[in-house]
Design a protein around this ligand. Structure first.
Ligand code: GDP
Ligand code: MG
Length: 448
């Protein structure tokens, strides 16, 4: 029955007991869909969802959040943890230079990242040098030299020429890497960034070469660069590099595209390595320190919900909420007094536009939200206070002459009284929709 549904919805407000399978399932289903939409690899999604479910089941019911919100909160915490928790900073060598090696498939964004990272580190007061070890791809050395010039840092490269037709330098990338690091040391650069070659797909020869470079230069960091658009392939590629070269951190590139960053979760989850930087464009400044918490909300696509959850936890008044829940259970009873109280509660909770969407079970459109203005709450209050108790519980009786009297009493125009009563009717309709079982858009599990 209706009242059963509502009792279930507001069960959390009693702040007793534990989350049940029924509380958790709906939201977990939404989360699974959100992760798959974000292109998180299927096995990763499966494992993650199981982990979240296990933690959510048996969690103590929150006083301030409904079960859906509570599950979203757990999901977010788990996501942040997998992505590395805190932002991890580069490991700097005690005896400079700090050696940073880049690895990843061809086209992943290594050479671009080399320039970005050099520029970033230079701005932080370091004296980086770049080393060009991609001797396979035509123009790879030249590309790094251009990036180095833009970043204002020197580039160590093998002597050019030799392969006549393709402008491809020949030589041994391992030797170049070793010589480059020695050069950086002798010239007192405190950081050296070694760019390497990649292939279009995972390839044993490439992996062996990367492993050999690693062995030769003993880097302090090996950064695995992966294209955020790679999607489901992220797991296999990351695993291959994890086993073949072994890396210490992940850089997610091309995050300026459509990708929601599911690859970050896939890679971090299967390798246990933190994501450290994000590349967000072709220019050297399109570079960011990676923040696990921000990426978690990007992957979930629920940034607003998370903000609301935080605020709700801080501000939710349990007593008011319970009274409101009872009123919701019988929408016919929803009066102007309740409307007033709802306004006051919302006002207390913070930004009205955002928080209206949080009223338990409320279903409200973006357009409706836009129409609300926090300053109007005060005016609404004045208008309702100018009404008789009877008018407040039976607004239908408020005819023209009553409207004129109310307008006069509250110091507003009759048309403002009319507008306010329209808004009240809207709110009443909202209650009816809610009572009919609608959910909050974008808030899974909230509207059972
Ligand atoms: P590498 O083969 O791993 O060295 O990859 P590159 O650095 O040569 O990059 C391959 C292509 O991707 C180039 O055209 C870059 O301009 C482009 N690229 C690299 N990083 C980004 C990024 O973060 N966003 C976008 N949109 N393009 C990028
Ligand atoms: Mg390259």
């Amino acid at each position: 029955s209706l009242s059963d549904r509502l009792t279930a919805t507001f069960k959390n407000l009693r702040g007793k007991g534990r989350l049940s399978e029924a509380d958790v399932d709906g939201t977990v289903r939404e989360i699974r869909r959100a992760l798959l939409d974000a292109d998180v690899a299927v096995p990763v999604v499966r494992a993650f969802v199981a982990q979240v479910k296990e933690r959510a089941l048996g969690a103590e019911v929150s006083e301030s959040l409904n079960p859906g919100q509570q599950v979203v909160k757990i999901v977010n915490e788990e996501l942040v943890a997998i992505l590395g928790g805190e932002t991890r900073r580069l490991n700097l060598a005690k005896n400079p230079p700090t050696v940073i090696m880049l690895a990843g498939l061809q086209g992943a964004g290594k050479t671009t990242l080399a320039g970005k990272l050099a520029k970033h580190l230079k701005a932080e007061g370091h004296t980086p040098m770049l080393v060009a070890c991609d001797l396979q791809r035509p123009n790879a050395v030249k590309q790094l030299q251009i990036n180095g010039e833009r970043a204002g840092v020197p580039v160590y490269a093998p002597h050019p020429g030799v392969s006549s037709e393709f402008d491809t330098p020949t030589g041994d990338p391992v030797a170049v890497a070793r010589d480059g690091v020695a050069e950086a040391k002798s010239k007192l650069h405190d950081i050296v960034i070694v760019d390497t070659a990649g292939r279009l797909g995972v390839d044993t020869e490439m992996m062996q070469q990367a492993a050999n470079i690693r062995a030769a230069i003993n880097p302090d960091e090996v950064l695995f660069v992966i294209d955020a658009m790679i999607g489901q392939d992220a797991v296999n590629t990351a695993q291959a590099f994890h086993e073949g070269v072994d890396f210490t951190g992940v850089v997610l590139s091309k995050l300026d595209g459509d990708a929601r960053g599911g690859a970050a979760l896939s890679v971090a989850s299967v390798t246990g390595k933190p994501v450290m930087f994000a590349s967000t464009g072709e220019n050297l400044d399109d570079f960011e320190i990676f923040h696990p918490d921000r990426m978690a909300s990007r992957i979930l696509d629920m940034g607003d919900v998370l903000t609301l959850i935080e605020q709700a936890e801080k501000n939710w008044d349990k007593g008011e909420a319970e009274r409101m829940a009872k009123k919701f259970a019988d929408q016919e009873d929803f009066t102007l007094d309740d409307f007033l109280m709802q306004m006051a509660q919302i006002k207390k909770m913070g930004s009205m536009k955002k928080l209206l969407g949080m009223m338990p079970g409320a279903q409200i459109s973006r357009q409706q939200l836009e129409q609300f203005d926090e300053r109007q709450i005060d005016r609404v209050e004045a208008i309702v206070r100018s009404m008789t108790p009877h008018e407040r519980v039976a607004p239908k009786i408020i005819n023209g002459s009553r409207r004129a009297r109310i307008a006069k009493g509250s110091g507003v125009s009759v048309s403002e009284v009319n507008q306010m009563l329209e808004r009240f009717t809207e709110a009443q309709k909202m209650m009816k929709k809610m009572a009919a079982g609608g959910g909050i858009p974008g808030m899974p599990g909230a509207g059972r």
